[in-house]
Ligand binder design. Structure first.
Ligand SMILES: Nc1ncnc2c1ncn2[C@@H]1O[C@H](COP(=O)(O)OP(=O)(O)OP(=O)(O)O)[C@@H](O)[C@H]1O
Length: 582
């Protein structure tokens, strides 16, 4: 890889801290707010650890004023420290703009937002809406605006640009593409020329900020969809928005290509790691966030170890692997650590500051990525264009096929129209998303206002008429809900009883049938016995009959012998019939 080295090492890894203003829940309605953070100037700050016994912010403040030795004062210096009054514009100007400028010069640059949940990572990175007129817009809209302003202001026809974006998420150690729903379980690869990259991650060529905002909107929607399915996914995943700016400068010596890459990293809230009592899926999520953030801590510890360790454990998590170039590699990185100024968040804030303090010692070596890859898209397009021009010129010289030219022109117009329609649809979705976001913000604002009004009234919220009415309404609604539930239960009970009665009827029927069967069986047995008796009787009668016949036969033979004897003796024997009729 060609490229010139730039800046001192420390200039390539910057750490900034932003202290957000207190939010309503951190403000005492009677005494106001007392910050545990003192910002001395634009690069140093102190966080005060209270060692006394006072148990509320007001008394703590008084006792510290009376006896400052009750405080343990932790002082830090960073490249930039932003206090609660600093504006989005200031934060971008000092911590975002230099990264964008580096990208336009062909460097890799990364902005990492780190901190406890609710400390302002999203506010700093995105703001409320992607609107170029909103003063509260964050780093991303401002960076995108700057990139396209730069491109538009370059009036040299020798300079050509191509901007591509990707949006990737790491959730439970699984990498997925937020701009292509079907691309999940992606793998990280490393090539000598390209450095570390996600294989198969979609890249979208964009022509203006609206197209980028539409794509971000799309990524948000995908994250949100997953969030409903997978229970609060968005705040429990790390997300990286990637903007690649390729520029080709045509000079007499040939084409010079520079490829700058901007990674905007929104880490999962660091305090989530401590979720206790979580079970099942949430416990798994917490463990994975814990693992990846402690892997990040280990990489930073290894990179900043005075003994100059050679092994840096990038491969311990997907997050550190993905950020390998940004942490100790070829990149200009800025870590923005966010903290709350409230006493309640003291220990989280102190650990964030210690983490950021260690990160200050990371040394990156950044190079301009010149002609990083012969497959750089701009170069490819240029070669293709040259080839097509050659063909066209050849055709014009010989036989111009005007019909084909018209067809091609028509195709081009159609493709252009399709693209416009797609862009319009994306813009519309972006607007819808923004207005939803705005609506949500307005509602939150109203709730905040109502809460503060109720407190200003000097009454406890629980005693206010609005609260009592709302309570009564809620009770009524609950009562109705229970009544409906009771009716449903009653219906179910009735149904069960009906079913039971039906089963009883079947049971009776079966019992009756069983009795009939038994009676029939008894009768059949009796009949069988009668048949057997009759058979026995018949057999003995047959026997008797046979005996009689035998006796008769014998008698008959004796009679015949007697008759013969009588005849021989001359005695006439009357016939049987004669005897019978005489
Ligand atoms: N500098 C600031 N000025 C005004 N309001 C701020 C600032 N920073 C944060 N806030 C407000 O504090 C609240 C929490 O901020 P935000 O949602 O950006 O936190 P987060 O760190 O991204 O939280 P999470 O990790 O849950 O996404 C929001 O209402 C936001 O508007």
């Amino acid at each position: 890889m060609n490229g010139s080295f730039t800046g001192s090492y420390s200039e390539n890894f910057k750490v900034a801290v932003r202290v957000r203003p207190p939010v309503d829940r951190e403000i005492d309605p009677d005494h106001g707010f007392f910050s545990v953070v003192r910002v001395q100037d634009s690069s140093s700050m102190t966080i005060i650890e209270y060692m006394g016994i006072a148990d509320n912010d007001y008394e703590r403040e008084l006792s510290l004023r009376e006896n400052p030795s009750l405080g343990n004062y932790h002082t830090f210096t960073f490249d930039n420290v932003y206090d609660q009054n600093s504006t989005q514009e200031e934060v971008y100007e000092y911590s975002g703009k230099p990264a964008v400028q580096s990208v336009l010069e062909g460097y890799n640059a990364t902005l990492i937002a780190y901190g406890q949940t609710g400390t302002g990572k999203t506010y700093t990175m995105e703001g409320f809406k992607f609107d170029l007129t909103d003063p509260q817009r964050g780093m991303i809209p401002r960076a995108v605006e700057d990139i396209f302003n730069y491109i538009e202001s370059s009036d040299s026809s020798d300079l050509k640009f191509m901007v591509r974006v990707s949006y990737v998420q790491i959730y439970n150690e699984i990498i997925s593409d937020l701009l292509k729903i079907d691309r999940t379980s992606l793998q990280i690869r490393e090539e000598k020329k390209r450095g570390v990259f996600v294989e198969g991650l979609s890249e979208w060529a964009v022509r203006g900020h609206n197209e980028i905002f539409a794509l971000m909107d799309r990524g948000h929607t995908l994250r949100a969809t997953a969030s409903t399915k997978m229970n609060d996914l968005s705040s429990r995943s790390h997300a990286v928005f990637i903007v690649i700016v390729e520029q080709m400068n045509t000079t007499d010596e040939g084409n010079e290509i520079r490829v700058g890459k901007l990674n905007i990293v929104d880490l999962a809230g660091s305090e989530r790691v401590r979720v206790t009592g979580a079970t099942g899926k949430r416990l798994e999520e917490s463990k994975k966030i814990n693992q990846s953030l402690s892997a990040l801590g280990n990489v930073i510890a290894a990179l900043t170890d005075a003994k100059a360790r050679t092994h840096i454990p990038y491969r311990d998590s997907k997050l550190t692997r993905l950020l390998e170039d940004s942490l100790g590699g070829n990149c200009k990185t800025t870590m923005l650590a966010m903290i709350s100024p409230a006493f309640d968040a003291f220990s989280e804030s102190l650990s964030t500051l210690k983490f950021a303090n260690r990160a200050k010692n990371i040394k990156n070596v950044a190079r301009i990525n010149e002609d990083v890859d012969h497959k750089a898209l701009l170069r490819k397009y240029e070669v293709e264009l040259k080839h097509l021009r050659g063909i066209l010129e050849g055709k014009v010289d010989f036989a111009p096929d005007m019909q084909r030219v018209y067809e091609l022109e028509e195709e081009r117009r159609k493709a252009e129209a399709d693209k416009e329609a797609a862009i319009e649809a994306l813009e519309m979705r972006s607007r819808e998303y923004m207005s939803e976001k705005e609506e949500k913000r307005r509602l939150e604002e109203r709730i905040r206002m109502m809460n503060s009004q109720m407190l200003v009234g000097g009454k406890k919220v629980e005693e206010s008429p609005q609260f009592l009415i709302a309570l009564e309404e809620r009770q009524m609604a609950l009562k109705q809900e229970y009544e409906i539930k009771l009716q449903e239960l009653d219906r179910e009970r009735q149904q069960i009883e009906d079913d039971k009665a039906q089963i009883d009827r079947y049971k009776q029927l079966l019992l009756r049938q069983r009795d009939i069967m038994i009676a029939l069986t008894v009768r059949l047995n009796e009949r069988d016995e009668t048949i057997l008796l009759l058979q026995d009787e018949l057999e003995s009668l047959d026997k008797l009959n046979k005996q009689s016949e035998e006796a008769l036969k014998k008698q008959y033979l004796r009679n015949e012998q007697l008759e013969k004897l009588l005849q021989l003796s001359g005695i006439t024997v009357p016939k049987k019939e004669q005897l019978m009729f005489s």
